[in-house]
Design a protein around this ligand. Structure first.
Ligand SMILES: Cc1cc2nc3c(=O)[nH]c(=O)nc-3n(C[C@H](O)[C@H](O)[C@H](O)COP(=O)(O)OP(=O)(O)OC[C@H]3O[C@@H](n4cnc5c(N)ncnc54)[C@H](O)[C@@H]3O)c2cc1C
Length: 482
């Protein structure tokens, strides 16, 4: 038995006394499952298996685990649903780390119907939170997908710091709705952000994001979990909008659909909760999918009438709801976690771009992907190809290519080729002035590769101050110190 094995036995004993035997394991098969994510093109040699899995059930237990990690100077990796698009565990010394699975901390702690807030533990699945709120007549802007895997804490730490909801076009990300967070810092100290008990000792509830203090909540949003472990979040919710209409218009050129898209994005108030431009492999035309949520039938009718007039003005013709649903299904991956894999393996080539550069970025990325797929001879293995553009409020657009592959035809060589294409794509996206949405996995390194020197120094400074022993997700974004 080597020294680390001996140490691990002591750590396991201590963890067992914190959370109970049932919630600690070193079983190899179980540990291996924690290396998996819906991102499948992973080089085998890059897979890293954590040394130990622990599943705390309370904030106090998280604190004790973090304190223990500081004592032993052993890294910890918080984990929600493990749904990163960008992949596997990439922190330093994964094989000598404790992975903290937070999914036992999944309770809704308070729904305040009078003030429209919810407080929940961060291990709750977003689909579950959404369901409970809906049963209470309330709406929350959770991520669009993967609704049945993502946890609240994972979404707030990961992609764009708070998930892109299906209503992204009008609501922005989930992080806009966060009032405050309860975070266990890397040293084990607990901090409650937002205007509430920690910024006014006479107030027991979180009532706002920023009264009485700088907006510290933002520090922990999209932080990839390097600054602290989120254990509770308080968010704004809305009354459930009972009226809904979904449909699609077809345009005979990209140019006309793009003009229509821009007109809709520039119109106030918003006539929709969601719009998406979409093009599939066999389509000559472009489709504009829309969803309208409203609180009153009259509001829905008025919004629809303006929206359809604008679409018709730019040459769009509306298709039936059944056809629109079929088109939407080609894009939709919402059921991942329930039906994952049913349409073959797929890869997202996705990025956020300022709206004005989208047509140029689209042309360049499309010709890059087409030539890479042809050269790599992967074309015959592609079974579906969907291109999409979704506005985020009025400023930027998520531009994506969703490529589906035939499961039976892919081999190890293809996976290497696909990883290579993904990495080249990532560079191209930055050079076009775009951004990635992933704050962890391999994309974290790509993200940090284009940070200015000053910016990287600033983030390192914050990290060192909060995590002197560098135990929490060490090495993410290439931030290293002893
Ligand atoms: C096919 C697919 C489609 C997707 N589409 C969308 C989409 O439409 N919209 C969208 O917003 N996102 C989308 N995502 C991305 C997904 O929402 C993010 O990857 C999200 O961060 C995953 O949450 P999780 O709970 O699985 O987090 P994990 O993957 O478990 O963790 C993410 C990061 O956060 C850290 N972390 C996890 N929990 C905590 C915590 N409680 N405290 C501190 N750090 C923590 C982890 O260490 C890790 O660095 C998609 C992902 C896939 C696979």
């Amino acid at each position: 038995m080597n020294n680390f094995e001996v140490l691990l036995q002591d750590i396991e004993k201590e963890l067992t006394s914190i959370v109970g035997e049932k919630y600690v394991t070193r079983n190899e098969v179980i540990r291996y499952t924690y290396t998996r994510t819906p991102t499948w093109p992973i080089k085998r040699e890059r897979i890293r298996i954590p040394a130990l899995i622990v599943r705390p059930g309370s904030t106090e237990e998280v604190v004790e685990i973090v304190r223990l990690a500081n004592r032993y100077k052993i890294p910890v990796i918080p984990r929600g649903g493990g749904a990163s698009i960008a992949g596997w565990l990439v922190t330093n010394n994964v094989d000598k780390s404790i992975l903290i699975d937070l999914t036992r901390m999944n309770k809704v702690l308070e729904i305040d119907k009078e003030h429209f807030t919810v407080t929940a533990e961060c291990g709750i699945l977003l689909g579950e939170l959404h369901k409970i709120l809906r049963e209470n007549g309330l709406h929350i802007f959770t991520v669009d997908v993967p609704f049945y895997i993502d946890t609240l804490g994972g979404a707030l730490s990961g992609v764009v710091g708070g998930g892109e909801p299906s209503d992204l076009a009008t609501s922005g990300e989930l992080y806009h709705y966060v009032l405050g967070l309860k975070v266990v810092l890397p040293t084990g100290m607990i901090i409650q952000t937002g205007a509430g008990p920690h910024t006014n000792i006479y107030q027991q509830k979180v009532v706002d994001r920023a009264y009485n203090s700088p907006d510290i909540t933002s520090l922990f949003l999209g932080d990839g979990g390097i600054f602290g472990i989120k254990v509770e979040a308080t968010l704004v919710v809305e009354p459930w909008p009972s009226q809904y209409r979904f449909g699609a218009f077809i345009f005979n050129s990209f140019e006309s659909s793009w003009k229509c898209f821009n007109k809709l994005v520039s119109t106030a108030p918003y006539l929709y909760s969601h719009i998406l431009l979409m093009h599939t492999f066999e389509m000559k035309d472009w489709g504009l999918l829309y969803a309208i949520r409203a609180h009153l039938p009259e509001e829905l009718a008025l919004k629809y009438s303006y929206l359809s007039n604008i679409c018709k003005f730019y040459g769009g013709s509306e298709i039936s709801t059944e056809e629109a649903l079929k088109l939407g299904y080609r894009y939709g991956t919402r059921d991942i976690g329930r039906t994952f894999g049913s349409r073959g393996h797929f890869i997202y080539f996705e990025g956020a771009f300022p709206r004005n550069i989208v047509p140029v970025a689209y042309d360049k990325i499309k010709s890059f992907l087409e030539s890479e797929f042809l050269n790599g001879k992967l074309n015959e293995k592609v079974i579906d190809w969907v291109e999409f553009m979704a506005p985020k409020l009025r400023t930027s657009v998520i531009l994506g290519f969703l490529v589906f592959f035939d499961n039976d035809k892919l081999n190890e060589d293809d996976i290497d080729k696909l990883i290579d294409i993904q990495e080249k794509y990532s560079d191209l996206r930055f050079k076009l002035g775009g951004f990635i949405e992933m704050h962890h996995g391999f994309e974290a390194f790509h993200a940090a590769s284009v940070w200015s020197k000053e910016y990287k120094e600033f983030i390192s400074l914050l990290k060192r101050a909060l995590d002197p022993n560098n135990i929490l997700n060490p090495g993410l974004w290439g931030i290293n110190y002893d």
